[in-house]
Design a binder for this molecule. Structure first.
Ligand code: HPA
Length: 254
């Protein structure tokens, strides 16, 4: 069984290149995860893959069972998760088609089941340390992987996570920028926090698929996403093709 998992989001509901060996249907105390957990081999590494939005993209960001997803991965022995997230670029350095490896996060979501510390017997430590929301070791592997793949990450940066499913208004994006956000997505939380509660190492590989609303005028965001998403996902796969073998090799000697 693999200890590394990739959670794929918009633009990566499947993992081309993953030689599928089996699908795991996992039940958790929190219900069912978004989809079967797919086990297979990719770039010579055994890995698990979970489509965050489920089959046919059926779960919008606020309706994803994040608790079940992370719990199921942990149940199958996963210790490290690389989460792929399509985001809107706010910082001028984060143009559509570019990738970044954020180092911090701001949570604007609400009404989501966001913790395992719900008072149930055996529930997690209530005040989990979130000083480093993204695991330095995984971030380094992704940055090194990018370099090896000849992809220049646009930067680190702060990910703002909004509730969705609608996109933001321009004034909301201006507020996110004032708050210090460099990019905005809808699924990064509570995913990162739940991983922290479970002691799973977690990092995010963010793909800018559009300029966030109003950042570069008032263009058609959906058309921009269509144009840029494949470029970004090609970079994601190239980075993973170097980062995952490096992580697996490090795990093997740990
Ligand atoms: N905002 C929020 N989430 C997103 C965006 C955006 O502009 N693009 C892709 N996911």
């Amino acid at each position: 069984m693999s200890s590394i998992a990739v959670i794929g989001g918009t633009g990566m509901n499947r993992w081309p290149g993953l030689a599928v060996e089996r699908g795991h249907e996992v039940e958790t105390p929190y219900g069912a995860p978004s989809a079967l957990l797919i086990e297979g081999t990719v770039y010579g590494v055994r890995a698990l893959f979970l489509a965050r939005h489920g089959e046919g993209h059926r779960f919008p960001p606020h309706a994803i069972n994040y608790r079940a997803n992370l719990w199921a991965l942990r149940d199958l022995g996963v210790r490290s998760v690389v989460a792929i997230a399509a985001v809107g670029g706010i910082a001028d350095w984060f143009a559509p088609g570019e990738v970044a490896i954020p180092d911090d996060v701001i949570d604007y979501t609400y009404g989501r089941e966001h913790t395992y510390a719900d008072g149930r017997e055996g529930s997690a430590l209530a005040h989990v340390d979130f000083t480093r929301p993204y695991a330095p070791r995984l971030r380094t592997a992704l940055i090194d992987g990018a370099r090896a793949a000849g992809v220049v990450p646009a930067g680190d940066g702060v990910l703002a996570v909004t509730q969705g499913p609608r996109l933001e208004s321009p004034a909301e994006v201006r507020r996110l920028r004032r708050d210090g956000a460099d990019m905005v997505g809808m699924t990064g939380m509570p995913e990162a926090a739940l991983a922290a509660e479970l002691g799973i190492e977690y990092a995010c590989l963010a793909v800018s698929v559009n300029w966030a609303a109003g950042v570069m005028g008032l263009g058609d965001i959906h058309a921009e996403i269509e144009r840029s998403i494949e470029d970004g996902m090609t970079k994601v796969r190239a980075i993973l093709s170097h980062a995952l073998p490096a992580l697996a090799a490090a795990d093997a000697t740990a």
